[in-house]
Design a protein. Structure first.
Length: 305
């Protein structure tokens, strides 16, 4: 136990020693992302807005008419796309962080977790900037009433939106640490992860509501037999919680994190305790697995770059 405590103290002391470097690497990643572009960091504001406009035009006529389930489709779409974009962008950049910094890694000693961690933190800054765009979008649809925006409301629960954001950051850190190591040994993971992210986009209710699945599924026919003779034929809809696709979607922790954020910002209601517990436990387990896996393989990374 004492050896393990000594290792934890050493890790904490090294983190404190290099925390300024972590800040510099994070700032560098933020600056490099939009270097040589005319608008610079304003793209963190404009890019999610453009995505919202395009996806609203393409899918608004299909999924945006369900006003009972979706208050305002563009804002509903924006909130889901914002969190999902942070997850995909941060994990992808963390995955390639060692290859992008291999010249420095081979010459100067720096705790190797600084590179994927700085990539995730820099994307979190861009994500925070994009929240300003969400505020303007919310105000626009609320004041104009377009696409059901008049039904938007806000209350004190919006102040809790940082909770799912923090849980998502923890989850992205764990996934990013795992991917950063795997990509050094198996570089094809970059292409596989790209495909998986595309699949996740449609597996998480970003452009549609979960209730859409049950509405698109035909009811089950039942025959009531009395005395061995069929007397009645009637339809019974599938209960949405029992639908296998719904169960698969709910197992995805990203679904819980996005819904928790929407509950604070869009639904103006208290966060679901079961979703919060599931997302938090899953994120911390992912983080611990990521730290363990990273510490086990990080010493051999330099030999494979």
């Amino acid at each position: 136990m004492s050896a393990k405590n000594g290792e934890i103290k050493y890790t904490v002391s090294m983190f404190k020693k290099y925390r300024n470097l972590l800040g510099e690497l994070t700032r560098k990643n933020v600056k490099l992302k939009y270097r040589n572009s005319w608008l610079g960091i304003l793209w963190s504001f404009i890019q999610p807005l453009l995505y919202m406009v395009v996806l609203s035009v393409v899918f608004g006529g299909i999924f945006g008419t369900e006003r009972k389930d979706i208050v305002c489709f563009p804002v509903y779409l924006f909130t889901g796309r914002l969190l999902f974009s942070f997850f995909t962008t941060s994990t992808k950049q963390a995955m390639t962080s060692f290859r992008r910094n291999q010249a420095i890694i081979k010459k100067v000693y720096v705790p190797k977790y600084m590179y994927p961690l700085s990539s995730i933190l820099s994307n979190f800054i861009n994500f925070a900037i994009s929240l300003l765009c969400l505020i303007f979008v919310w105000i626009f649809f609320k004041t104009t009433g377009i696409a059901g925006g008049g039904a938007l409301h806000i209350n004190g629960y919006v102040l809790l939106c940082w909770v799912p954001m923090l849980i998502l950051l923890i989850f992205c850190t764990g996934v990013g640490l795992i991917l950063s190591v795997i990509s050094v040994y198996f570089r094809d993971i970059e292409y596989i992860w790209e495909v998986l992210c595309q699949l996740l986009f449609y597996m998480v209710p970003i452009i549609y509501h979960l209730n859409r699945i049950i509405k698109s599924h035909p009811p089950i026919n039942y025959v009531v037999n009395i005395g061995g003779k069929p007397l009645m034929l009637f339809n019974h809809p599938i209960i949405i919680e029992d639908h296998p696709m719904v169960m698969i979607i709910k197992l995805n922790p990203l679904y819980s994190m996005i819904e928790l954020f929407r509950q604070c910002v869009l639904y103006h209601q208290i966060m679901s305790t079961s979703m919060l517990l599931y997302a938090a436990v899953f994120s911390f387990i992912t983080l611990f697995v990521g730290i363990w896996f990273f510490n086990k393989k990080s010493d051999d990374i330099i030999f494979h770059l």
